[in-house]
Design a protein. Sequence first.
Length: 135
Amino acid sequence: MKIRIANDDIQSLEVRRLERVSGEDVKRCYQCGNCSGGCPVSYAMEIPPTKVMRFLQLGNIEDVRKANTMWLCVGCLQCYSRCPQGVSVAAILEGLRQEVLRKGASKTEVRDVPFPFLKKAPQQAIVCGFRKFVG
Ligand code: SF4
Ligand code: SF4
């Protein structure tokens, strides 16, 4: 597949903003693949962590936003612990989630969660889940 890359994409202001929010520098990634190899949920991600980094390096933040990746990330930091460059894909995905949540795109509310689940689920799971989906 041929991909056309414009200079404006590489200099994407949106990617620069994400770097500021997450504290990460996407250019540091050299595509070794360790993050995807260790990620426990990469098998279900539409764009796995290594590819997320490549897409962002190429300024393609739009496809990363549309993918389910940021919502499937469980924040285990395995990607960060395995990265030889000290890059945290987790922080980047958190930055993307915060951006979406601040725009009010998530409609998740406590009343949407089935009561039997709320009764049985550990408190930590509920707090973590709402932090992730509500912001
Ligand atoms: S923090 Fe997210 S992206 Fe990183 S290894 Fe864990 S689930 Fe995968
Ligand atoms: S482990 Fe680090 S350097 Fe390797 S692909 Fe992932 S982010 Fe890039």
